[in-house]
Design a protein around this ligand. Structure first.
Ligand SMILES: C[S@@+](CC[C@H](N)C(=O)[O-])C[C@H]1O[C@@H](n2cnc3c(N)ncnc32)[C@H](O)[C@@H]1O
Length: 472
């Protein structure tokens, strides 16, 4: 008999357990040569070492959330428009801010100007932090600073906060240079599959970013469409969906828009696509979201509770007209939400972003009420699924497995497989290792291009759980 270890953060409606040694066995075998030191001596005490490792690793992974939030904080300070009238920082400013590039007087002057802009933005940010009002991002930033020991309401601490922000800015710039190098190394692989595998673990040491955007949802819709055309998904067959790492539109590294309220796109986007493609079951689609970020889970829980009181959930959909988007993506953007909501008045675009296109959708409460957030770390945890909570027909996992190495991706796959129904599908834009004995394998992929910018697209890999392996 396997013991089910109930994890601390378990939801009452959805029991969460740690992956057991038995369940992880095939992954441990596959990575035998590359296991963490604590897991190598596989003797009679293996079960005890496994349980200790799993708990310690859970805590370590969860600690990476703060580093991700720090990155979002820096993006907010550099690019946000909700707390300042100063102009947004541009890529040219960031280059000028790098003293290594200052080879002549003009470059040094550009560097000084960038320093002044940064200082002015930080001052506005600190002033706004004292009174965040309804600005959720500032409220989150204030809590993050508090957790780091800074009281943003006390002007005496402002110098220390500026120093902290500058140190973060330097750390993140260095990290970005490091990731650019890793990406170049991955690109050097001649075999495109090997390249994709390398890129799929690119952020294995990085803070866990919370950010999200519309584009991966377009790629998921394109994959769902092809799966339907190939008969791998049939009409009205999808009843239960899990979204792994739904994220929150806080201030991402590409656009960092902060002029509309926080929102989570993917749980709504997937239902919208399933309905558009007539894949959603007649009785509707139940969605469970799995995330370790407390902000994400609290946001979705609030949205669900509000929906149960009859309130709708509004999504803002900005689109930069300066990018040459693929026409199919533009069509997706135009129709987004028409299966789950009605057009709404978009947020006012600030002068700093003049020209930005935006539409908004008011998602009907009946769809949001069926989104159930659960706190779960996919590397070491899974949901217990028995009747009436049966396995998922579909799990969507975009821009999340890239934060883990191959061994941890293998563990995540073990957890994901156990949560799928036999024959159920996992769609991911990262390639994960196929582990013999897990009962899941890749059955195809689709590449979707978003715009004519270099590398602006995703490969969505389709993994299918074996139909006969119902015991897993
Ligand atoms: C970069 S966001 C991606 C959001 C969205 N899926 C998308 O593609 O736009 C990654 C999300 O995964 C969550 N996440 C990261 N590691 C996780 C883990 N081990 N278990 C569950 N959620 C995790 C983060 O908290 C965040 O919400």
């Amino acid at each position: 008999m396997l013991t089910l270890l109930l994890a601390g953060a378990a939801s009452t409606r959805w029991p969460v357990v740690y992956l057991s040694l038995e369940e992880a066995r095939s992954v441990l075998e596959q990575f035998r040569e590359r296991l963490p030191a604590e897991l190598r001596p596989f003797g009679p005490d293996a079960a005890a070492s496994w349980e200790a490792w799993v708990r310690a690793r859970d805590a370590e992974i969860r600690a990476r959330v703060t580093a991700g939030e720090e990155e979002s904080l820096v993006n907010l300070v550099l690019f946000g428009t909700s707390f300042t009238n100063q102009r947004r920082v541009t890529p040219a400013d960031l280059l000028a801010g790098n003293p290594a590039g200052a080879t002549d007087e003009a470059a040094r002057e550009a560097g000084r100007q960038f320093g002044l802009l940064l200082r002015a933005r930080m001052d506005d940010f600190l002033r706004a932090l004292a009174q965040p009002g309804g600005n959720e991002r500032l409220a989150i930033a204030r809590r993050l600073l508090q957790a780091k020991g800074f009281d943003a309401t006390d002007a005496e601490t402002h110098d220390a906060i500026r120093q902290y922000l500058l140190a973060l800015f330097v750390r993140i710039s260095q990290q970005q240079a490091h990731y650019a190098e890793l990406l170049a190394t991955a690109r050097a692989f001649e075999d495109p599959t090997q390249q994709f595998i390398e890129r799929s673990q690119l952020f294995r040491d990085r803070g866990l970013s919370v950010d999200t955007s519309l584009v991966p949802n377009f790629a998921i819709q394109e994959s769902l469409k092809e799966l339907r055309e190939r008969g791998m998904l049939t009409r009205h067959s999808v009843r239960r969906v899990a979204i792994l790492g739904p994220g929150l539109d806080f201030a991402d590294k590409q656009t960092a828009y902060d002029f509309y309220p926080l929102q989570s796109l993917q749980p709504v986007a997937v239902v919208d696509s399933l309905r558009r493609l007539e894949l959603a079951a007649a009785g509707g689609v139940a969605v469970v979201t799995l995330d370790i970020n407390p902000q994400v889970n609290a946001h979705l829980a609030r949205a669900q509770q509000a929906a149960r009181r009859g309130q709708s959930y509004t999504l803002q959909l900005p689109r930069d007209p300066q990018v040459r988007w693929n026409p199919e993506f533009t069509a997706y953007w135009r129709s987004f939400g028409d299966q789950v909501g009605v057009p709404a008045t978009p947020a006012r675009v600030p002068p700093a972003l003049a020209g930005l296109q935006i539409r908004a959708v008011r998602v009907l409460p009946k769809f949001v009420a069926r989104i159930e957030p659960v706190d779960l770390n996919i590397v070491v945890q899974r949901l217990v699924l028995d009747a009436p909570r049966e396995g998922f027909d579909l799990i969507v996992a975009t821009n999340i497995l890239v934060y883990y190495d191959a061994f941890e991706q293998g563990l995540a796959l073990a957890n994901l497989t156990r949560m799928l129904r036999p024959g159920g599908l996992l769609l991911s834009n990262n390639a994960v290792p196929e582990v013999p004995g897990l009962g899941i394998r890749s059955v195809g992929y689709r590449t979707t291009v978003y715009s004519d910018r270099p590398d602006d697209g995703d490969h969505i890999v389709w993994y299918q759980k074996s139909a006969s392996d119902s015991g897993r």
